[in-house]
Write a protein that binds this ligand. Structure first.
Ligand SMILES: [Zn+2]
Length: 285
């Protein structure tokens, strides 16, 4: 099979559903998406998931908004977030931009809508009117879930105003935890690797990029990379909830895990992060 990014040969990965490009390092998963299917939804405790992720996400969203304000055109006013989920980024960005979100998950999007945030239920770009254009389009932990990623990138190009900015916040295949999960999988422990890909969740990851192969994809679709950075993947805030979310764990064991990870946080900052943010500018026609 040819790599969807660079066209070179791809190789079987660690499991039957996983492939990797021998040339650019892009990784893909043949996992199926089942958003809005009630049965699968019940396997995820949305409330716990929300609490466990909120502190880290909100902190990262403030950082991303800062980058957006520095790197978008000074005249940028309208911002579209694809996959706006609980609306946390929309809330962060609303004081600075005229915001709109699109969310395919009706349960999650419906709740955000009920909180009074501007969200349309549906998919990008179908949920937009034919004439709608934006100065900034952002995907927070979303682009890696979209099966036909090239079409999504083309749609971004079409839906951005001249000089428009595309911001992608996504997991990195160079991240320390992702690489560690691969080593563990090779040693026979596949749990962490499955979790990295969000296997068996309603919307698993379909792609794993690094900054270089992501840049190659975007450059081939009329974008130039203007800025890239890493975000902290682990934070003390919400860590205890994140750990307890994993399953029914003995409280004492949980406490030692918590203290153990807390102690390694300064060290982890020196390693490649599992979260990257890349900012692209629409190339003039
Ligand atoms: Zn490739």
């Amino acid at each position: 099979m040819a790599c969807t990014i660079c066209g070179n040969k791809t190789y079987p990965g660690l499991f039957s559903w996983h492939t990797q490009c021998g040339s650019c390092g892009y990784e893909a998963a043949a996992l199926s998406v089942a958003i809005n299917q009630q049965q699968l939804h019940e396997t995820v405790n949305e409330v716990e998931r929300e609490v466990s992720l909120k502190a880290l996400r909100q902190d990262n969203f403030r950082t991303i908004l800062g980058h957006a304000r520095r790197h978008a055109a000074p005249t940028a006013r309208t911002l579209l977030e694809v996959g706006s989920a609980h609306g946390w980024f929309l809330e962060t960005a609303a004081p600075h931009f005229d915001v709109l979100g699109i969310e395919p998950d009706e349960t999650v999007g419906g709740k955000t809508l009920a909180r009074g945030l501007p969200v349309r239920l549906g998919y990008f770009p179908e949920a937009l009117r034919p004439d709608e254009r934006f100065d900034i389009i952002i995907f927070n932990d979303v682009i890696e879930h979209i099966p036909d990623i090239r079409s999504a990138v083309k749609a971004c190009h079409e839906r951005l105003n001249p000089n428009g900015t595309l911001i992608l916040n996504l997991p990195s295949s160079r991240g320390f935890f992702y690489r560690l999960s691969k080593i563990l999988a090779q040693a026979g422990l596949h749990g962490p690797f499955d979790r990295m890909w969000q296997k068996d969740l309603p919307s698993p990851h379909i792609h794993y990029f690094n900054t270089d192969n992501l840049k190659a994809l975007l450059e081939s679709e009329g974008f130039d990379l203007t800025f890239s950075t890493e975000l902290e993947a682990v934070k003390a805030a919400g860590l205890r909830e994140r750990l307890s979310h994993v399953g029914h764990v003995n409280p004492l064991k949980l406490y030692f895990q918590y203290v153990g990870i807390l102690g390694t946080l300064p060290f982890l900052r020196l390693l490649p992060s599992d979260i990257i943010v890349c900012i692209f500018r629409k190339r003039p026609a």
